[in-house]
Design a protein around this ligand. Structure first.
Ligand code: ADP
Length: 429
């Protein structure tokens, strides 16, 4: 089912969780969306979709490499017909004077031959607002928020016109809230005026959810924009409102059920996950790995795999490495935090691979790092995003995977309600 249709929206995200968040936001707004892991190969077969979000890991790497990878992603997206490309950054504008937002924006702007680029990290529903070019995180300006102490990208200036100007060769201007409130045509007139003055990028204010819609509408006149999931939402609504996209994302993933055996893996030791495992014990067989034996060698994962193979014909199973904070601390003091974590992640990746080889087609993984290890091992190039199981945790359908059709749910430790595992399996058909 390769699509000959052109993409309505291409997105390049500078980190994986930001990409997932954006893909989920676009899906909720009605766009059939695929998230890819890195720049896909040219021959990746896509189902019929409206948007693709390419996930990069380029937020805090050397600027030249970030530019190179972003341009490769843009080339791929334009090759699939994307008329508009959003460069997705963090809603707290995480960057330094060396980049990478400015250098990547400059390069993509040159490739797109856009006269002026709209830039805003605003996402009012998550407390990120921009007024007179100043970014607020909740009630405080960016430079008073916890971001001032970020280990990689400490943010000491809340005025984004200045922040972007320091890292970009483009002259940066402002479209303020007063102009935005007068509507799309007022913004267009202001942009024309600023373009005439040699300005090539603007920070655009947004304080209310409806501001994103005006921004999205105007941004679609252009080939490139820069921002967080908020502007993504504005672009998605603009595409649906213009009739370029019919809002039908929810049905895209469930068009044909995948079926097949189901299994769950838990490597998160968060309170929420520990409770979810306890609840799963009442509805499915649960095997608790012995973390000490996992670190000692491969046999523990092999034992667990044999246990699972005996049971997956009957119904879902759960394998967990998760322990209480005291047990985790004890294990870490014996083996070191990184060594213990890495060994357990690799065992979980072995299990994911073994389970899929044994026929599992529906896989639920609890834990951010654990999910990353499993997805890397399964070499899944991308996911079609489906309905949300819990806030921020959608059902995913693998795209272009050598293992064939399969459904996944990947959740960070703290996400999901107490019945998360059964909630997930109910939606994964
Ligand atoms: P979360 O999303 O809750 O942070 P992650 O999977 O990202 O979950 O991180 C959990 C980390 O803890 C992983 O590195 C995992 O391998 C490690 N881990 C899992 N079980 C144990 C355990 N019993 N003791 C120590 N570390 C563990």
């Amino acid at each position: 089912m390769t699509s000959a249709r052109k993409l309505s929206l291409g997105c390049i995200a500078d980190d994986y969780t930001g990409a997932s968040d954006l893909a989920n936001t676009l899906t909720r707004a009605g766009l059939r969306t695929v998230q890819t892991i890195g720049v896909p190969s040219d021959d990746l077969k896509l189902p019929e979709v409206d948007a693709v979000v390419v996930s990069l890991k380029s937020r805090s790497i050397e600027a030249g490499t970030a530019v190179e990878r972003s341009r490769a992603a843009e080339k791929w997206l334009r090759g699939r017909g994307a008329g508009h490309v959003l460069f997705k950054i963090c809603s707290t504008f995480d960057s330094t004077d060396a980049g990478n937002i400015g250098p990547v924006m400059d390069a993509l702007r040159a490739d797109s031959a856009d006269s002026i680029v709209l830039v805003t990290p605003a996402f009012p529903e998550t407390g990120r607002t921009v007024y007179q070019g100043n970014l607020f995180v909740g009630a405080v300006p960016l430079n008073e928020s916890p971001l001032k102490d970020h280990p990689l990208n400490p943010m000491h200036d809340s005025n984004l016109v200045r922040v972007l100007a320091r890292q970009s060769k483009t002259k940066v201007g402002l479209v303020d809230l007063a102009t935005l409130t007068r509507g799309a045509d007022a913004v267009r007139a202001k942009l024309a005026d600023l373009t005439g003055k040699g300005i090539g990028a603007v920070i655009i204010d947004a304080v209310f959810d409806r501001d994103l819609e005006t921004i999205g509408q105007v941004a679609l006149d252009h080939r490139l924009s820069v921002g967080a999931s908020g502007i993504g939402l504005g672009l998605a609504r603009g595409l649906v409102a213009s009739g370029k996209v019919t809002s039908n994302a929810a049905t895209a993933i469930s068009a044909s059920p995948v079926g097949g055996p189901a299994a769950c893996l838990a490597g998160s030791c968060s309170q929420a996950t520990l409770q979810q495992i306890a609840n799963a014990e009442t509805i499915m067989p649960v095997l608790h790995l012995d973390p000490e034996r996992v670190i000692a060698g491969k046999e523990e994962a092999q034992r667990a795999l044999a246990w699972a193979k005996d049971r997956i014909g009957e119904g879902p199973v759960l394998i967990a490495s998760s322990s209480t904070p005291e047990q985790v601390a004890a294990l870490q003091s014996r083996h070191g935090r990184d060594a213990a974590g890495h060994a357990i992640e690799q065992a979980m990746a072995d299990l994911a691979e073994g389970l899929v080889q044994a026929g599992v087609r529906r896989l639920v993984v609890a834990g951010g790092e654990t999910s990353g290890a499993a997805v890397d091992r399964l070499r899944i190039p991308g996911f079609l995003v489906g309905a949300e199981i819990a806030a921020g945790v959608p059902v995913l359908r693998a795209v272009g995977a050598t293992s064939g059709e399969m459904l996944l749910a990947l959740k960070s430790g703290n996400f999901g309600g107490p019945e998360f595992f059964s909630d997930a399996l109910k939606l994964m058909r």
